[in-house]
Design a protein around this ligand. Structure first.
Ligand SMILES: NC(=O)c1ccc[n+]([C@@H]2O[C@H](COP(=O)([O-])OP(=O)(O)OC[C@H]3O[C@@H](n4cnc5c(N)ncnc54)[C@H](OP(=O)(O)O)[C@@H]3O)[C@@H](O)[C@H]2O)c1
Length: 330
């Protein structure tokens, strides 16, 4: 099968298209013919090898020495089940599915093998494969952090980086939870985040939310420029900072935050739970979570797809399609 291989850390141009052996599903596994895949900030991290500040010396152990441990990246896939191993009853050959291999990676290839009881869910019927594949990375991450932050109805949530993949999901899921949402983005993306349900929008190029008069129960930082010392004064008592992109000092310091305001800092990797993928597909089916796609490329233009991701300016997701059926619903 054809796959995009990352032989070493570097810019988009390091990738190679390779023929690799077709994987076979074992007991309890299924094989998906991938019709569409997302190219995410997670793929960018593993391909570039760039680490948050302070984590550089740990790169080899965390991601792999010289290059990513898994040469085939790709956190999200939408496709059709093409083979099942013994003992699989949940899915059948021909089922349209959405899969989130997550940190295990592997969706930048024509076929992907997953555990049948892992992060695999029926594809929402009203979405094409390439639209559906824009959901998991942002949705799974936002759902996990908002849950760890115990976001409740009526609370004020600020999403910093609201126009990105995770931010766009966080705006929608926070609204679903009944929160009042303030989205921080540039003026170009104000209409987008408003259409996703944001109650208020702050243009970061004109206004520093951390210097404003408003205060928030939860600040979700998808950009990495809002460490606790910066946002402390705009967190309400018992407020939570959800730091998606924590550097080493934020991560280590999280345990020591608290004090008279009872603040909390929540950081670290998002969990990858099969039940969360089901929740996300259900929210999509109910019209409460819709995909946001910046650009779509044929698989052969993976370098161009990566260039958009590397810019750090994409709106929502970047998608690659491996088969013309990716634009279909079935
Ligand atoms: N902890 C975890 O488990 C976990 C999981 C997933 C992702 N992450 C991390 O979360 C981060 C966000 O991921 P993502 O996929 O959402 O990224 P993304 O889609 O690449 O984010 C791009 C967006 O960020 C906006 N942006 C850039 N600078 C900004 C600023 N100063 N203020 C406000 N918005 C700004 C851009 O808007 P403009 O063009 O308007 O600037 C763009 O729309 C990544 O660093 C990723 O590594 C962590």
């Amino acid at each position: 099968m054809k796959a995009v291989f990352v032989p070493r850390y570097g810019p988009p141009e390091v990738i190679e298209f390779r023929e690799v052996p077709l994987p076979s599903p074992g007991a309890g596994e299924l094989r998906i013919r991938v019709l569409a895949a997302a190219v995410t900030a997670g793929d960018w991290r593993l391909r570039s090898g760039l680490m948050p500040r302070g984590f550089g010396p740990l790169r080899g152990v965390a991601l792999g020495f010289g290059g990513p441990r898994k040469g085939i990246l790709g956190t999200d896939a939408a496709g059709v089940i093409d083979a099942v191993g013994s003992g699989v009853s949940r899915f059948q050959v021909g089922d349209p599915v959405l899969a989130f291999p997550g940190f295990a990676m592997g969706s930048h290839a024509e076929f992907l093998v997953m555990r049948a009881n892992g992060c695999v869910a029926p594809k929402p019927a009203h979405l094409s494969f390439e639209d559906a594949v824009a959901l998991p990375f942002g949705g799974m991450t936002a759902l996990d952090f908002l849950r760890r932050g115990k976001v409740k109805a009526g609370e004020r949530v600020l999403v910093n980086g609201a126009s990105g993949n995770v931010g766009a999901a966080a705006v929608q899921i926070s609204k679903h939870l009944g929160a009042h949402v303030t989205a921080v983005c540039s003026s170009n993306n104000a209409d987008l985040v408003g259409s996703l349900g944001a109650d208020e929008v702050i243009d970061y190029t004109r206004c520093d939310f951390a210097a404003g008069k408003e205060s928030y129960d939860v600040v979700l930082d998808c950009v990495g420029n809002a460490p606790y010392p910066r946002v402390k004064r705009v967190l309400k008592p018992h407020g939570r900072l959800l730091a998606l992109l924590a550097d080493l000092s934020t991560l280590l310091g999280a345990a020591f935050v608290g004090g008279k305001d009872s603040h909390r800092v929540i950081a670290g990797p998002a969990s990858e739970r099969a039940v969360d993928l089901m929740t996300i597909t259900e929210l999509a089916e109910q019209g409460k979570f819709r995909p946001v796609i910046d650009q779509r490329f044929p698989f052969e233009r993976m370098v161009d797809a990566y260039r958009v991701v590397d810019s750090g300016r994409k709106k929502g997701s970047v998608i690659v399609w491996l088969d013309p059926r990716a634009s279909l619903h079935q």
